[in-house]
Design a protein around this ligand. Structure first.
Ligand code: SOE
Length: 381
């Protein structure tokens, strides 16, 4: 099989997740790592046995031997890097969000189509095996017509006033924090699994800490794990710690919350779908289980086991029952499909596209407008 030469730009938490998952894709060689400094890039390259390291991402763009690029930098630089990579004829896999605005996301979506390149977006959570099982059961009509979609994405890593992360800075991360970072995963999954589109939203956001204690010497409470020590400066906060959104999906109705201040919830994405024939619930904190709800029979819990899964969902479970597949495996599944579509240009891509990133920017923009106006806002198609 032809080998594909790829580069990873960004060496934070997501950069490391991408580098690890890329090791599990058979026909890819990671040939360069780019970071904000030569030292950081060299350290990451040494850790992942990659030959080339650079402190300037433009080096990657200028190298004609590189076929594909992973963009895992903070949000504000997604647009310029993805644009430059596409213009240079490289396939791109970008972390979410695709861009800082609908306008930017539209430019990238048009560009990838015009250039006839592959453009993927890391809404990886779709690829937990039991999320695919839920999707395929819905397609087969197991839940009937969908009436209600509800759930949450709850975390606790910003619970204290002393918690800090680059995502707090709107110039780097955007005007929304919680809804952009994790609310977008909820909506991507809800649309993917139900096959329905969010048509209108009514959203209410809250900032619990008007200021937070920013560490003077840098440091973060998410990737840093144990928090930052030392002197801090009180910094005004303008992005939400929590958001709640009512939404319409055609005839179906829904409600969701997203939070970074829910004590004890580490990565609590929950999606519940209720239809005319039955209900289903999936929880990211126990991802191998699917709860199946019935009105006239005892409820069931389906444990991930390829032999018990539908044929199409089975392709997303690589290990036998009882052998847990989790967060890192979702990237493996996405990357394999991305690179398969590069190797075989005739393949219809079956992974999130840049257009899906544009879609999330439209939902997010409508939520923000709704919160500001205290009113329902339509989401354009
Ligand atoms: C941090 O909130 C984060 O890593 C998100 O950025 C990811 O997209 C999500 O998968 C887990 O939480």
């Amino acid at each position: 099989m032809e080998r594909i030469r790829t580069a990873v730009i960004g060496t934070g938490f997501m950069g490391r997740v991408h580098l690890e998952a890329l090791r599990r894709v058979e026909n890819v060689d990671v040939v360069e790592i780019a970071a904000t400094s030569q030292d950081k890039a060299r350290a990451a390259a040494a850790g992942y046995n990659v030959l080339n390291a650079t402190g300037d991402w433009q080096d990657v763009i200028r190298d004609p031997s590189i076929d594909a690029v992973h963009v895992t930098t903070p949000n504000v630089s997604h647009f310029p890097i993805v644009k430059a990579a596409l213009e240079a004829g490289k396939h791109v896999l970008c972390e979410k969000p695709l861009a800082m605005s609908v306008e930017e996301a539209q430019i990238l979506t048009d560009l990838v189509a015009a250039k006839k390149l592959r453009g993927g977006l890391c809404h990886n959570l779709r690829y937990y095996p039991m999320v695919q099982q839920m999707r395929r059961m819905r397609e087969a009509g197991s839940f009937g017509d969908i009436l209600v979609v509800q759930g949450t994405y709850s975390q606790d890593w910003m619970l204290y006033e002393s918690d800090w992360n680059w995502r707090v800075d709107p110039k780097v991360s955007g005007d929304s924090r919680v809804m952009a970072d994790i609310g977008s995963h909820f909506f991507d999954m809800a649309e993917h699994v139900t096959g329905l589109k969010v048509s209108a939203v009514c959203s209410d956001w809250q900032i619990f800490y008007p200021t937070r204690k920013q560490p003077k010497g840098g440091g973060e409470s998410f990737s840093g794990k144990l928090g930052a020590a030392g002197e801090t400066v009180d910094t005004p906060i303008v992005t939400e710690d929590f958001g709640a959104t009512l939404f319409r999906m055609g005839r179906a109705r829904g409600a969701m919350t997203a939070s970074q201040v829910s004590a004890g919830r580490k990565n609590g994405l929950v999606l519940e779908i209720y239809g005319t024939k039955g209900g289903v619930t999936w929880r990211q904190e126990s991802p191998e289980e699917l709860w199946l709800g019935h009105r006239d029979a005892p409820n069931q819990v389906l444990l991930k086991d390829p032999s018990l899964m539908g044929e199409k969902a089975r392709g997303f479970a690589d290990y036998p029952g009882g052998h847990t597949e989790g967060y890192p495996d979702t990237f493996k599944q996405l990357f394999r499909r991305f690179y398969a579509s590069i190797s075989d240009p005739s393949l219809t891509p079956d992974y999130p596209q840049m257009a899906d990133g544009l879609r999330q920017m439209k939902i997010l923009t409508a939520e923000m407008a709704s919160h500001k106006a205290h009113a329902w806002v339509d989401v354009p198609a």
